[in-house]
Design a protein around this ligand. Structure first.
Ligand code: SF4
Length: 403
């Protein structure tokens, strides 16, 4: 199997910077407060991130990347000098081919005019700012590290950014109200955001928020309020010209995130950094998944030796493709699905599609969810999973599709 056979298209590149200014009380992402790390660790980490990306690119014969996404953690927490070095190295990984989209995540505590200059000079064309909420009490109760004044200043600064701007917001925070949500979306729009990622707060195991909720110190909004908050999102986004194109993502036409779209379409990507994942579709329909270690010292000493590799079998990869495809309004690409797994989705999921037909639509390249289905996706996906399990029990998914 040669590399062109494995990766006929350019993959995406994900770089995980595992540092933040502090640690938010609800966060389960892999990140450490920068001040808790040994002095020279960020510099060593920057070199290790690039080395590991080069190793993976060499292994899969990758000569360039379609898109790059630098997330974490908080890449801007590195400070302008280390961030500039990292971005220069990432630009070099493209092998002279410019990325079609290059995103860097930022959080309010570390976004400065100097940081924006470093991003612009490196060629970054998309800034993703974690704003979350402009309601002070709400942020405090959730244990957000940045406060409202930092968030507002960052949003104002981000409005001077010449590239694409995406703003992250959270729903379901303690004490949040619909008026606050409307105001936050309005603020993001006024700052020039063409893209919004709006996530529901989940209480993750082992976080300070979990302890606070369990002890009753913090109360989450009741179900009826949650529904009102999401209605406020739907109305305000629609009237501000944002279209929901994925369960948690809204964009002005043409401003959809190309990097994430590659994930949802089941494309290949290479991930570097503690906790990052690489995903390489294989010719038999399965997927090679590589999970990087979360241990910083292990990653710094020899990342490849501590990474875990797994082959996801074709049947599981097919279900993953259904799950991620139906998160998006464009839905599945029937031809691509059939070429990869040997079945057209319409044949594979005949029973589920028939049961849910009132909430399904014809997408640009195959079956797609309606807006309403995006709100209640899980029972539909459970039906799809049961149907696929029944069909493939004890059999490999490929070959064997209908003639
Ligand atoms: S800024 Fe983001 S990644 Fe960092 S601790 Fe807070 S939620 Fe987690």
């Amino acid at each position: 199997m040669n590399s062109a056979e494995i990766l006929p298209d350019l993959p995406g590149l994900y770089v995980h910077v595992p540092y933040c200014a502090g640690k938010c009380g609800y966060c389960s992402f892999h990140s450490r407060p920068l001040k808790a790390c040994p002095d020279n660790e960020p510099e060593r980490m920057t070199a290790a991130l690039l080395d590991r990306a080069r190793d993976l690119a060499d292994r899969f014969g990758v000569s360039g990347f379609a898109t790059a996404y630098v997330g974490g953690g908080t890449p801007t927490a590195l400070g302008p000098d280390a961030l500039g070095t990292l971005l220069e190295g990432i630009a070099g990984l493209g092998g002279g081919t410019p990325f079609r989209e290059w995103t860097v995540e930022a959080n309010p505590e570390s976004l400065t005019a100097e940081t924006l200059r470093v991003l612009r000079d490196a060629g970054v064309d998309r800034l993703s700012l974690g704003f979350q909420s402009g309601q002070a009490e709400v942020l405090r109760a959730a244990g957000r590290s940045a406060g409202t004044s930092e968030g507002m200043s960052a949003l104002e600064l981000a409005s001077s950014w010449r590239g694409r701007l995406s703003v992250d917001l959270m729903i379901g925070l303690p004490g949040q109200d619909p008026e606050g949500v409307r105001t936050d979306i309005g603020r993001a729009a006024a700052a020039g955001a063409e893209h919004l990622s709006i996530y529901e707060l989940t209480v993750e195991e082992g976080t300070p928020l979990e302890t606070a909720v369990e002890s009753g110190t913090v109360r989450l909004p009741p179900e009826a309020m949650e529904a009102e908050l999401w209605s406020a999102v739907a109305e305000t986004c629609a009237s501000a010209g944002y279209r929901r194109y994925e369960v948690s993502n809204w964009a002005r036409p043409g401003a959809e995130c190309l990097h994430n779209r590659n994930y949802w379409r089941g494309g290949a990507w290479i991930g570097t950094g503690p906790s990052a994942v690489s995903s390489i579709p294989l010719p038999d329909g399965g997927t090679l998944r590589i999970q990087e270690t979360r241990d910083h010292e292990d990653f710094l000493s020899d990342a490849g030796a501590f990474a875990r590799e797994e082959i996801v079998p074709p049947a599981t990869a097919a279900f993953e493709a259904v799950m991620t495809g139906f998160r998006t309004r464009e839905g599945l690409d029937s031809e691509a699905f059939r070429a990869r797994f040997g079945w057209a989705p319409e044949d594979l999921l005949r029973g589920s599609f028939s049961k849910w037909k009132s909430l399904l639509e014809k997408g640009p390249r195959g079956p797609a969810p309606s807006d309403r289905l995006l709100d209640i996706l899980n029972p539909f996906l459970l039906d799809c999973m049961a149907e696929m399990e029944g069909r493939f029990e004890g059999r490999a998914l490929r070959p064997g599709g209908p003639a």
